[in-house]
Structures are given as structure tokens and as C-alpha cells.
Design a binder for this molecule. Sequence first.
Ligand code: KG4
Ligand code: ZN
Length: 344
Amino acid sequence: MITLGIESSCDETGLALYDTERGLLAHTVHSQVAMHEEYGGVVPELASRDHIRRLIPLLRGVLDEAGVDKVAIDAIAYTAGPGLAGALLVGASFAEALALALGVPALPVHHLEGHLLSPLLSKNPPAFPFVALLVSGGHTQLMRVTKVGAYQLLGESLDDAAGEAFDKTAKLLGLGYPGGPALAALAESGATNGKTGRFKLPRPMLHSGDLMFSFSGLKTAVLTAVRERDLSATERIELAVEFQEAVSDVLVTKAIAACRQNQLTTLVVAGGVGANRRLRQRLDEAAARHGIAVFYPELALCTDNGAMIAFCGAQRLLQGGRSVTAGAFVVRPRWPLSEVTGLG
Ligand code: KG4
Ligand code: ZN
């Protein structure tokens, strides 16, 4: 069964073809980073218009790459939320129209569920049940995952998401958009061996005794440091290093605590911040100490992509979900993952 996946929730247009027998046949992502760069962030209207321009050429691209005709598509999965309303509507209307034309089911997929299941696309996939640490631009959540469709929220951020904190801090340090990778590159540029110099940032809620997070105070602490005086090049690197250490400390501690509290020895990390090398290193070290195995999606599937949406839709169809929306679709810009429980 071949599922076409379409992702258009923010600033990436991602398309992929996933075959339940042969695996991922093709996937492609067009990033709008260059377009939004001069505005210092995503401009929703421009994002929607660009998704419209990209969808058909990208669809042709994945069909060519996979060597299949569009009539071979058995189902179409698309991101229905959460995300930017206009951007979601472009993907949803394209998917629903194509599904209607081909006479195949269309499946609205939750973006975070896509991220959550993305490590299952790797060559060495994790087995259920596991704890998932979801760290994206809009969400920081710990979930207990028992099977596809069964997600129990264990903890989440009370304010900014980890990715958002990376992006805002990068901006304060004068780095461009998207801030996360830029800040990580700055931190890595100094070869400081994790030494963070004179800066000491807070580790918010590290000892809160629960699995909740808070990252907005970190950004404020960076703002204070930046406002005090002009930072030298070395100091900017040290601050970036310390920021990365602070975020990693909290994420690692709470992710390990979630595994221990739930007596689970498998941890899955998903979402854009999961691409951060220092975080991966710290997680690997801590997990090894506690006999926990950590699974990551392949780097290319950490950030937004159509493969995770195709895979998620295919899993739902395999498990009997027949969500045929027949042209009547709703997108959900705000959509808690905890509401995605049953199938179909
Ligand atoms: O999952 P994602 O691609 O999109 C959302 O669903 O939000 O995550 C994007 C977030 C952004 O905040 C970006 O700055 C962050 O992930 N990010 C990183 C890295 N790569 C992407 N943060 C830290 N280090 C990275 N290497
Ligand atoms: Zn995402």
C-alpha cells in the first residue's frame, strides 16, 4: 500500500511516498528559510503562497524518484494541525482534491504524531512501549507511547518550547533565522569543550519534582547578559555553549526521570531540537548510565518532512482507520496531541 504524505504546517513543504511493503520510496522537502530570512522569522502569508507554488512540482519529483504513477497511490495523508492556518489549508485542500480525483482515502494527520513516529522509519526502529521526548519549535512534551494512537502526556512546557527558546536566544545573540541550528553552530565553533566561561544560566524547573518544563526564563536571563554590555566574540560563544548546556540539563534529566517513573527502557527523541548534537551526546551518556536505549529519527527526518506524515497515515490505515473525509476537511491550527487517541 502506497501512501503519499504531505506536510505544510509551517515553512517547509514536504512530500513523500511510503510503501508498507518496501518502506520509504521517495521524500523531498522544500525549505522556505531563504525566503523568510530577511524578515527574521516566518511570514505566514508568504509561507502559504509558497506552499501553493511548490506542491505540484514536488509531487512530480517524488513520483519520478519512486518510479510510480500517481494512480499507484492508495491513500493520501496530510498534516491537519497544529500549525499556521493558511499553510495547513494549502496542504489539506491539495490532499483532499487529489484524493477525490484518484478515488482514494485522505487522512488528516497530527503533526506531532508524525514527529513522534518518525524514529520508526529508521533501519533500527524502537519497539513499543516507549517514552517520547518531543522537542520542536512549538512543543516540548514527554509522552508515554504504548502503540500507534495511544499517547499519554507525562509533562510539557508551561511556556516557551525548547526550539522557541533556541530561536529567541539566537535572535538576542544577533544570529539569523532559523535560530536553533545557528546557535548550535556558534556553540560548536569555539571548541570550548563544554566549558561555559563566566556565564551561569538557570536550569528552570530542574528540581520541580514533576515532568513539566519552562524555558521563557532562560531567554530572559540571556537578554540580561546581552544588555549588560557588549559581548566579545568569545563571550558570545560561551553564552551559546552555556545556553545549550542549560537546555540539555533540563531535557536530559526529565527524559530519564520519565523513563524511570514509567519503568520503560526505551526513549525516543523527535522534533527539530532532536537534531542538536550536544543534546544527543548528553542524552546518550545519561541513558547509557541508566540502561536506557535512545532512538532518534534520521537527521533528515528530525525537522519537518512528508515522510513522517506518510508513515503515520499508513500506520493508521493498517490499524483499520478509514478516515475518509471526502473533500470536507477542517484544519486545526491548535490541536493537542492528547486528543489523538482512537483510530480512524
Ligand atoms: O520540528 P521542527 O522542524 O518544526 C516544528 O514542528 O516546530 O522544529 C523546528 C525547531 C526550531 O525551533 C529550530 O530552531 C529547532 O527546531 N532546531 C534546532 C536544531 N535544528 C532545528 N535546535 C537546536 N539545535 C539544532 N541543531
Ligand atoms: Zn515539526
